[in-house]
Ligand binder design. Structure first.
Ligand SMILES: [Zn+2]
Ligand SMILES: [Zn+2]
Length: 243
């Protein structure tokens, strides 16, 4: 299993720097996690849009889902052009408006999940934990071939994350805030909390993601590592992690 970081900025994209998107691949099968602003264009540096038929949206904040609409149109057009021959399956928290938006476009379908779901998507088994965030949001565990990836998406810190993420081969943890800031009000984590999660869950590799648009990002790494896990780096667009 491998993970390609497509984008990692929180809230809005930077110039040539997309928001949340992670391409998970095993052998010839691809699964896209989140499709935030800027993801659809960046993704095409690494994959053919027509070869990705499954997209999981962790929640409906624009930095995590805004490019899905254009993805539906790409599937519609490319099916008519004979370049795609499978429907695009979009998975997300239950939402009638989203289901309608997806299924109003031909060659796409929507399926919901919640904290009780266990989705088998190709070689991947996906399970979920409900987050602490202003809208319904889920952390995801993706398991394949005896390896596991945890993506926290957006959440305040909770000890439940430590057991959900236990012994991950790759932990992709949000790190929206600098040490000392308040994550409770906004539904996000500080670098210190991301570090506590990385250490206490015993993650083998850690990416800090959902990065802020201010300050010295290296301070996030220093702060997170101080909690005891040394294998922590900043997520970067294009980065490939092989497990
Ligand atoms: Zn976000
Ligand atoms: Zn959010």
């Amino acid at each position: 299993m491998e993970c390609r970081v497509i984008g990692m900025w929180g809230g809005f994209p930077k110039k040539n720097g997309p928001c949340s998107g992670y391409l998970i691949q095993h052998e010839d099968f691809s699964l896209l996690i989140d499709c935030g602003s800027g993801v659809l264009t960046e993704l095409q540096n690494y994959a053919d849009l027509n070869n990705i038929n499954h997209v999981i949206l962790t929640h409906y904040h624009y930095d995590h889902f805004s490019d899905i609409g254009a993805y539906l149109f790409s599937r519609l057009v490319n099916t008519h052009l004979g370049r795609a021959d499978e429907e695009l399956c979009v998975y997300g928290p239950e939402d009638e408006d989203m289901k309608k938006q997806v299924e109003d476009v031909a060659y796409s379908r929507f399926a919901s999940f919640n904290e009780k779901s266990r989705l088998e998507i190709g070689p991947f088994i996906c399970t979920f934990m409900k987050n602490i965030h202003p809208v319904e949001t889920y952390s995801i565990k993706i398991e394949c071939d005896s390896k596991s990836i945890i993506f926290t998406s957006d959440t305040s810190f909770t000890p439940d994350l430590i057991s959900f993420a236990a012994n991950a081969d790759l932990l992709i943890t949000e790190c929206s805030l600098y040490e000392g800031m308040d994550g409770i009000a906004s539904g996000h984590m500080t670098s210190e909390q991301a570090g506590i999660l990385a250490y206490q869950s015993n993650a083998k590799k850690v990416l800090l993601t959902h990065l802020p648009h201010y300050g010295d990002l290296n301070e996030l790494v220093v702060s997170a590592k101080r909690q005891g896990n040394e294998n922590i780096v900043l997520a970067e667009s294009g980065m490939l992690i092989q497990l």
